[in-house]
Design a protein around this ligand. Structure first.
Ligand code: CA
Length: 234
């Protein structure tokens, strides 16, 4: 098995040392940055070898969101954001921070390790899925997996990674009602603190981009159940 390199960005030394040790014990190689500027610098230097980033939100120089957004300009590397807030609110999950997942401090190290495994597995699956040249089409919506491109009425629609994965799940199974749990498991890979409203938050932002014409809505809400990709005109 190849070495998995993780960039850990955390300014609290005691937490950083603890997480580093645990990650090393699990066989991961850890590179540690103590502030936002060092994070970007170390990311740049080690880009080709890095598999995952664990990124604290509150950091000196640049905060975690700034770091994530800069990295997202050129890379889809998985990012787990650590936040000290005691609750991951709609606002945070709805922000286009570029993070793939969030973990709230203080956390159980086993939970972090479990999330890393899920994210790595998910990245692998997505890589496989997007290697197969598949173009999904439903009505006037198309999704090209290799080009990572979604178009509506022939116009490209820029989406975040999670929005792309969500529309991919919907368009793979059009006219089939998917529950919030189905979508959580498919896109986030596990029960995200049982916070099924995460799905609603991402569906809302997806709708703003994909379903901007109310008369041509494709993402339908099935009250009390979930969502379905279905034309309202059928
Ligand atoms: Ca911090």
């Amino acid at each position: 098995m190849s070495v998995i390199n993780i960039l850990l960005v955390e300014d609290e030394d005691s937490l950083a040392n603890f997480v580093s040790e645990e990650l090393s014990f699990e066989g991961y190689q850890v590179i540690h940055a103590r502030d936002g500027a060092e994070a970007l610098d170390l990311y740049k230097k080690n880009q080709s070898e890095l598999t995952l980033i664990i990124l604290d939100w509150m950091l000196p120089v640049y905060d975690g969101i700034t770091v994530a957004r800069r990295i997202r300009k050129t890379s889809q590397i998985p990012i787990i954001m650590m936040t000290a807030r005691n609750q991951v609110t709609d606002k945070i999950t709805g922000l286009d921070t570029g993070a793939d997942d969030y973990i709230t401090k203080p956390f159980d190290i086993e939970e972090l390790l479990a999330r890393i495994r899920v994210i790595l597995r998910r990245a692998e699956q997505l890589a496989l899925l997007t290697q197969q040249p598949v173009i999904y089409q439903y009505k006037d919506l198309t999704l090209d997996t290799t080009k990572h491109l979604v178009e509506r009425f022939g116009e490209p629609i820029p989406l975040t990674q999670k929005e792309f994965e969500l529309i991919l799940e919907l368009i793979r199974r059009p006219e089939e009602v998917l529950t919030r749990d189905d979508l959580l498991n498919a896109v986030w890979g596990y029960d995200y603190f049982g916070q099924t409203n995460t799905v609603d938050v991402y569906i809302r932002s997806l709708r703003n981009k994909v379903d901007y014409l109310p008369e041509n809505r494709l993402i339908q809400t099935v009250r009390g159940v979930g969502y379905v990709l279905r034309s309202a005109h059928d």
